[in-house]
Each structure stands twice: as structure tokens, then as C-alpha cells.
Design a protein around this ligand. Structure first.
Ligand code: CP
Length: 323
């Protein structure tokens, strides 16, 4: 693995999941792997879980992690080729990225979409420019369209739950990704990425449910069953993943925030006593009710704690394969 920006960088999801679960049992087994190595974590946008779990993962491997909140502490970067920099951006990524490449052995970047221009966001210019100019492996800490470390974590968490409570032999779990209301338009990253990873993993009966007009890009949903009937989708689900996203076609809008899409205990009754997932942060009693988040079916804390093992697995693979 050279970079980790999408599921396409992974040859065997199950092998990564097994490694992550092994790190959970024995976090320091590869403590010498990252000795004298340094990871730079650049945040153009806020984070809690991604920042801390990546830092802990690096430390578990003996790496030094340096966090740089570029978004509010660094010079404003320009990403367009041949830009005439007479506006607000101060430094071109062409000049900054090679320096990061000298300071660090691995570069990790979080950058959100603008939600203003679909073509710009879906071009993934920011992360591609870092890959082009840094000269070292690049890890996405969430980009304009995808959140691969979150998705790997999600499959690790699903697999962990299945190991502790196996389904009938030979049957696949039913996993439902459901849209939920929110107070503002959010990126499609987590939903795109979860769908991309689950359909590639191909070990589940996967259903996506959302209101009309909230279709995700078909690039990520091929292989999923899509319905606008949330109750129908939830029937017999083993895992329910709750997430808001803004519109993809008429890009970046929030047409509605219908509270009837909020996940509640009443809806949980339709499922097969489903485990409830959310990447966090979550808007309580908007996306998901208190009763769900505080109830026995919620695995959101387990999910967030597993971010460490997913990040550690990815960093270990990169260190092993890039010397
Ligand atoms: N799920 C997630 O990426 O959380 P943070 O935004 O806190 O990193």
C-alpha cells in the first residue's frame, strides 16, 4: 500500500480487518516498526476522533505524530495549477508539499468539500495535489468525497460484533445505511465511503434508504439496494448505520429535515435487534434519539474506539511496504 485514500488502495479488506482486530488484542506488538519515523497530520478542518486515534495509532507503532492545524494556524494554501496568487491564498501546495515530504515519512490530511461546486469537490484536487507533490505516502483523514479510515473502522466493528454474536451459518448480515435529518447540509463522504467499502467487501445484504432527491453518486452505491421507504429498509436489519448527507445531484443542498427520518426505539423494533452505528459527532434527538444512543443497541463508542486499530493497521501496512 503506497497511499490510503479509498478502498481501491486495499487488496484484501478481510486481511486488514483481521490485522486491526489483532492490534486491538496486542497494541504494541509492532512498537519497533515506526521507530525514527514521523507522520505529519495536516488538518484543514476540525476533528476529534480522527486526530486522536491517528496520533495514538502512530505512537503504538513507535512513530512520532506531529499535528498541524493548517486550517487555522498555517498559511492559506493554493491548490490550482498555474494560479495567479493575487487573492487570499499565500502558499502553493507545490511549494509546501515537498517540504512536508522532507519533514515527514508519511503525510495524513483532512480536508472537507466546499459543497458549492460538485465538480471541484469530486475532483479531489487537494488530496491529489498532496500525493503529486509530497513524494511520500499520503493517508486520507477524510477528503472531499470519502472517509476511508472511518469505513475500515466500520467493517472492523461489524466483524467484531459478528464474531461475538455469529449469525446463522452461511447467512450474510443485513446492513442498512439510513439518511437522517440534520440542521445543516453535510458532506456525502461518510455515506459514499461506507457504501463503497461495504459493496466491495461483498459480505452483506446492503440496503441504503433516504428521502427522494438524496441519491448518492452511483459510483459508490453500485451493488446496494436503494429504497425511499425507511421502514421497509429497516425490516430484519442486523446493523443500522445512521448518517445525514446533503444532496448530490442538485449539489450540497438540504431540502428537508423531516423528523420522521430520525432513528428511534420504535423503528428499532422493525429490525433484528440491530446494532446501531454512527461515525460521530451526532446531533442527539435530531439524527438519533437519546433512547437509542444511550441504549443497549448503540455501538457508537465501540466504533469510535476502533478508529485506533484501523489507523494503526493502515500505518503499519504503509511502513512495511515503503521502508
Ligand atoms: N468520525 C470522525 O471522523 O470524527 P471526527 O470528525 O471527530 O474526526
Amino acid at each position: 500500500m503506497r497511499n490510503f485514500v479509498s478502498v481501491h488502495d486495499v487488496t484484501n479488506i478481510d486481511a486488514l480487518v483481521q490485522k486491526a482486530l489483532a492490534y486491538k488484542v496486542n497494541p504494541f506488538v509492532d512498537k519497533s516498526l515506526g521507530i525514527n519515523k514521523r507522520i505529519g497530520c495536516l488538518f484543514l478542518n476540525p476533528s476529534m476522533r480522527t486526530r486522536l486515534s491517528t496520533q495514538i495509532a502512530a505512537q503504538n507503532l513507535g512513530m512520532e505524530a506531529i499535528i498541524f492545524n493548517v486550517g487555522n494556524e498555517g498559511w492559506m494554501l493554493e491548490f490550482e495549477e498555474e494560479a495567479i496568487m493575487s487573492g487570499t491564498s499565500v502558499e502553493h501546495v507545490k511549494d509546501a508539499a515537498p517540504i512536508f515530504g522532507k519533514y515527514f515519512d508519511v503525510l495524513a490530511i483532512r480536508t472537507f468539500p466546499s459543497l458549492k461546486n460538485k465538480d471541484d469537490d469530486y475532483s479531489e484536487l487537494y488530496i491529489k495535489q498532496f500525493i503529486k507533490y509530497a513524494g511520500i505516502p499520503v493517508v486520507s483523514l477524510e477528503s472531499s468525497t470519502l472517509h476511508p479510515l472511518q469505513s475500515l473502522t466500520d467493517i472492523v466493528t461489524i466483524q467484531e460484533c459478528l464474531l461475538n454474536s455469529p449469525l446463522t451459518a452461511g447467512s450474510k448480515p443485513k446492513i442498512v445505511l439510513t439518511w437522517a435529518p440534520h440542521v445543516k447540509p453535510l458532506p456525502q463522504c461518510v455515506a459514499n465511503s461506507f457504501s463503497q467499502w461495504i459493496t466491495t467487501w461483498n459480505n452483506a445484504d446492503f440496503v441504503i434508504t433516504h428521502p427522494e432527491d438524496y441519491e448518492l453518486s452511483e459510483e459508490y452505491t453500485k451493488g446496494a439496494t436503494i429504497t425511499h421507504d425507511q421502514n421497509e429498509a429497516l425490516k430484519d436489519a442486523d446493523f443500522v448505520y445512521i448518517k445525514n448527507w446533503s444532496t448530490f445531484n442538485d449539489y450540497g443542498k438540504m431540502y428537508e429535515s423531516d423528523p420522521k427520518w430520525m432513528m428511534t426505539n420504535k423503528k428499532l423494533e422493525l429490525t433484528n435487534n440491530a446494532k446501531v452505528m454512527h461515525c460521530l459527532p451526532v446531533r442527539r434527538n435530531v439524527e438519533v434519539s437519546d433512547e437509542i444512543l444511550d441504549g443497549a443497541n448503540s455501538i457508537v463508542t465501540l466504533q469510535a474506539s476502533n478508529r485506533v486499530w484501523a489507523a494503526q493497521t493502515v500505518l503499519a501496512e504503509i511502513l512495511k511496504q515503503n521502508g
